[in-house]
Each structure stands twice: as C-alpha cells, then as structure tokens.
Write a new protein. Sequence first.
Length: 256
Amino acid sequence: MNDTRSDIKHSLGSDWFLVAFGGLYPIVYAHRTVEDAIPEAVFAAKAVALTSIDKALDLCCGTGRHLVTLERYGASLTGVDYSPQLLAMARRQVSSATDLVRADMRALPMCGCFDVVFSFFTSFGYFMDDKDNIAAATNMACTLKPSGRFFMDYLNPLSLEQHLQPETVRESCGYTILEKRWIDHEHRRVNKTISVSCDGMLTGRTSESVRLYTLEELTALLQDAGLQVSNVWGDYSGGAYDKDAERMILTGRKPV
C-alpha cells in the first residue's frame, strides 16, 4: 500500500467506470442494501409524484436496490446500467415485470418514452470530458416525454470540500478495504482509489472519479440539456440545501 500520489493519479484512467462497477463493487458497497435504499426511493417517488400509470426509468440502476421499492408504486419500470455484473444482480432482486437494459448513458436507446427518470447515488459526472457529461444529461432529458419529471441525487461539493476523509480502512464481507480520496482542484473532480485485500493479500484495486458541479453549474447544465430544475434539497429528509448538507437533490421537469 505504498502508492505515491502520482501513482494514484495514473491509476485512475479516463474509463475508470469500466472496471469500478465489476466484481469488486458488491464487496466495496455491500452496505448499500435494498433496505438502506427504501427511504431514498420513497422520498424520490413522493418528490416526483410517481403513480401507477407512469413509465419510469432508473438510470444507472446498479443492483436494482431502489427499483425494488419503486415497484410498490405500480409504475411500469425500466432499469438501465452499463455493467453486466450489476444488471445480473439486479435481475435477481427485481420482479420480472421490471425491464433491465444494458446501455451507455451517453447514448440511450430510448427517447420520449418515460414520464419519470431517476438518477440515484451520484450517478452523474463520471466522464473526464465535460462534453460526455453534457451528452449524458441530454440523453436523460431525451428519454422523457414533454412535461416528464426527473429526480437527481448528486453529491454536495461544498460539504465534500469540508469533510473529505483522505484515507479510511474498513472491513466488508471478510475483506479489508483501503480507500484514498482527494480533490483535483485543477480539473474540478473528486477522486478515490480502492484497494481490497483478504488475509493480508491484495485481491484487487479499482478507482472512482466524479466531476464537481456547483448547484448553479449543474442547474445550468441541466437547463441546456432540456431540463428545468424546480426544487433542491440537502438530504433525504427534505432538509434545505446549504454548504453543510449531505447531498444535492434536484427535481424538475422537461418543458412541453
């Protein structure tokens, strides 16, 4: 575990997400369960007034842990993710009535299909090139019908600047997980490398990197993509968004 900072930066790669959501993900995020997601999914469903007649998309659905709760509302649901490993896990958790599709968020194979689109757990800002993040937002808007609603749960960069933990070690599923984090101010990104070991032997390494958008920047980006923000919260209890808030949660609509 003697990586230098330059080694860590080199290890990220522009396509970090191709590896990050593979076999190590269920170990690293074992604590992110269906039960853990229930209050988040309930809050999101209420925020967009989800009904049984809606067609809804969970973009970057991962293992489907939010979809399990969203199924209670009777809406016609689709989950999209790029990771075949996570989609296979989702298939074991969600009902057969919920469609699962493998797709890149920058080139979604559906347009004008949905009344609602959800984006949970900071599933935005992955790409190193801002043009790709804009493409992801534009595709999200494209999936919606006119007047369609969206829900986006994103990190709070203001709080992150204050409370980022440079290094943590924890246990999960019999593995030791070492996480190193830092903010790249030049490129406006928060980065993390993850080393997973078992019995002192390295099992694997992965990394994550997310673009840091301020509320004003993200609102403008979404507007340019065709989405109008109407509400902002700072947590899943409906608290106000400020510099100390846990999250940046946005809802709004696609104009008619």
